[in-house]
Design a protein around this ligand. Structure first.
Ligand code: NAG
Ligand code: NAG
Ligand code: NAG
Length: 178
């Protein structure tokens, strides 16, 4: 092999290795801070969620905030559609249906709340973004508690947990910025 060529490819390899490591370090460092500031945030969930977003690999802290807000919104939208599918079943127990309807309202509101939160965030209104995102975290626990209070097994536990975690991560990043 041409020694110059192998040196060049080694150099390229080394540079891209450094670049990948550097951005993943920002994700890891941010998630470490999130988990330290909020004991409800799981470090590995945080890293996996942020790393799954292609944009996150060249992001700074402020951009990670936007990414986490958008991830939360996509998740909320998906759960809202899932609840609507469940509600199509005509033979649901009335209490179960009532819980699902409450969750549908909560998740519909969460979508528009997050839209506003992203606007607030982009215009540096971190206090307003904080309040909005907190209400989304609350929505996930209110939905889950609705089933618990009725003694019904929630079909949304995993999804509520995802919304809880993602919104808590967004909130934690917002609080690092202001
Ligand atoms: C919701 O978030 C979880 C955790 O990051 C992820 O595994 C899942 O794919 C997301 N769902 C959608 C529809 O984005
Ligand atoms: C909710 O937000 C998403 C973005 O994730 C958007 O595409 C969707 O149309 C919104 N509205 C509803 C009612 O789900
Ligand atoms: C919520 O998600 C985290 C991280 O994936 C997991 O460790 C935890 O057990 C989940 N909690 C519930 C109640 O499902």
């Amino acid at each position: 092999m041409n020694p110059n060529f192998s040196f060049f490819s080694l150099l390229l390899f080394f540079i891209s290795f450094l670049a990948i490591t550097a951005t993943d370090l920002i994700i890891q460092e941010t998630c470490r801070k999130c988990a330290r500031n909020d004991p409800n945030i799981y470090y590995s969930f945080c890293v996996a969620s942020l790393q799954a977003s292609p944009d996150a690999h060249s992001a700074n802290l402020r951009q990670l905030g936007i990414i986490s807000l958008k991830l939360t919104r996509v998740n909320v939208t998906d759960t809202r559609h899932y609840i609507k599918e469940l509600l199509k079943n005509k033979r649901l127990d009335p209490n179960f249906r009532a819980c699902l309807n409450d969750c549908l309202d909560l998740y519909s509101d969460a979508n528009s709340t997050l839209k506003q939160a992203i606007k607030d965030y982009k215009s540096n209104h971190y206090e307003d973004a904080n309040i909005a995102v907190s209400s989304v975290t609350d929505a996930s626990t209110t939905c889950e508690d609705g089933f618990k209070e009725m003694g019904i097994v929630s079909p949304l536990t995993g999804r509520n947990n995802n919304t809880f975690e993602l919104s808590a991560i967004a909130l934690s990043i917002i609080n690092m910025l202001h």
